[in-house]
Every structure is written in C-alpha cells, then in structure tokens.
Design a protein around this ligand. Structure first.
Ligand code: ARG
Length: 276
C-alpha cells in the first residue's frame, strides 16, 4: 500500500440520530441480547462524543429527530444511500425497523432533496452499500436483497458490485469493510464468501486486510474522511496499522451501542452533495 494520504480532507456532511430511545428489545443480529439490557444515558454520552468529534474535525452534522418505539433508529447509516445528492431510500428486512424507511425519506424531502427513490426491494442503506468514486460496493446475504443492488445502480447511475456476506456476526457490509479513499479499502476477508474474497482481491490488491480480532470488536465499522479514521477504541492493532500508513486515528468508545451490533459507521450516514 502506498504511504501517501490525502493532505487535506474535504469537509463531510453526516446525518445522525440521537439514541434518545435506544434499547435492545429484540434480536435481529447475533450481537443483540435483550436480557443483557443497555445503559441508555451512557449510549447517549458515547454518541455525543462521536458527534462532537466529527464537528471538531470540521465536518457538518445534521440530526434527524429520533422516534419513540424505534430503538435502532440511532443507526442512521441504514436510513438511505446518498450519491450525487440522489437519495435511494431504505426498506428494512425486519418488521421492527420497517417504519424507519419512510421516516428517513421524509427527513430528506423536508431537507430539500428532490431526487428521492422509494425502493421496491429490501435494502438497509449504507449498512450494505458503500460508495467509492466510481463504483458502489454492495452486500447481500443477511439483509439487503441482490435485486436492490440493480435498483440502486439504475437510480444512482453508478455501477454496483455485488458481494456475498458469509458470517452472521458481520451481517451488514459496513461491519466487514470500510472505505479509506476512492480507491482504497480495508476489510476482513472471512466475512465474505470465497467468490467475493476473489472479487475484492482482484479489485483492491492493495487493500488493508483486517484480522478477525479487529472485526470482532467492530473495528471495520469505521469512518474515514481521507485522512482521519474514526474507529472503535478496542481495534488496537488495526489502529496501529492505519497509523503506520499515515492516517490520523481517532479511537471512540461506543461499546454501549455495540450491544445492538453497531459502531461509529452505523451511527453515521454520509450525505454526498447537499442541495442548497
Ligand atoms: N440493531 C441494528 C440492526 O441489526 C444495528 C444496525 C447497525 N447498523 C449498521 N449500519 N451496521 O439492524
């Protein structure tokens, strides 16, 4: 991997949802144990730390109003996929999260986004779609249907590459892979089928390969602006390797949200090209 890192990151615009109603009340991924309970006040403090970090890095953060009865709404990444100001809406796999799809789409319409698409197929937004400059990487296997990949490709006008997830702990693409720059990714190979591992190797021979230990603390659920990487504090060895490549690493404590299977990226939906 080359050593050079983008010198000055372009300010990003993120959408976030305060975990006002956060809870683990049902189980839709292996991380969620309703019997274990959550400390909501602590989740809110950790989330505020993440939001404040983005602001201190010069990024803009918009917030969507949390809705009572939707305890997973804090995971804004699942709310949509936005590319070139075009908003491909989410359609959740589980009944528990289904109302979040229209709620997020309403936010976009009210915020002035005119190009929005109500999806026909099940897809969980940036949880399973990650945009690079020329392509969108997309996962199927646990949540998002492969037909949604084609639907998104047609709506966004960007080629979408289908990847197959294979380990239920890494049920969304953003738990197994993150984008460092427009041609550079980090991922945990074991989260993918052997065919998709071959595809990733062919497309990104210089990718940073994470270990199972990195992945098991949701270290790949990270957010990068080209220079800064916001990453789970427990992902120590991955952080070390990112620093060696020249990235500025910002460890964040989000273990309370990890009880629902989410980390920094899950809480963060990137808004690309905001209408004025
Ligand atoms: N409990 C949530 C779910 O299973 C967590 C979602 C995490 N979001 C993400 N982008 N991976 O749907």
């Amino acid at each position: 991997m080359a050593q050079s890192v983008t010198p000055a990151p372009v300010p990003r615009h993120y959408l976030m949802c305060r975990p006002t109603h956060f809870a683990v009340e049902y189980t839709i991924n292996p991380w969620m144990d309703p019997a274990a309970g959550v400390d909501r006040a602590r989740a809110i403090r950790q989330w505020e730390g993440l939001r404040d970090l983005y602001l201190s890095l010069g990024h803009r953060v918009s917030e969507i109003e949390p809705i009572d009865g939707l305890p997973d709404m804090v995971f804004a990444a699942n709310g949509a996929l936005v590319v070139d100001g075009r908003v491909y809406g989410a359609r959740f796999a589980s009944a528990e999260r289904t109302p979040e799809g229209p709620a997020y789409l309403d936010w976009f319409r009210e915020a002035g986004y005119t190009e929005t698409h109500e999806p026909k197929y099940v897809n969980e937004g940036e949880g399973d779609f990650l945009a690079l400059d020329d392509v969108v990487l997309a996962a199927t296997g646990f949540r998002t249907e492969a037909a949604a990949h084609q639907e998104a490709e047609r709506f966004l006008g960007r080629p979408v590459i289908t990847l197959q997830l294979a380990d239920p702990r890494f049920y969304h693409l953003d738990t197994a892979l993150f984008v460092l720059s427009d041609d550079r990714i980090a991922y945990y190979p074991g989260a993918f089928s052997t065919g998709s591992q071959r595809v990733l190797r062919a497309l990104y021979p210089d990718a940073l390969l994470a270990t199972e230990e990195d992945a098991a603390v949701l270290g790949l659920n990270a957010v990068c602006d080209g220079r800064n990487v916001v990453i789970a504090a427990e992902a120590v060895s991955l952080a070390h390797r990112l620093r060696a490549l020249g990235y500025t690493v910002h460890p964040v404590e989000l273990d309370e949200l990890r009880r629902a299977g989410g980390g920094a990226k899950c809480c963060t939906l990137e808004l690309r090209d905001v209408p004025v």
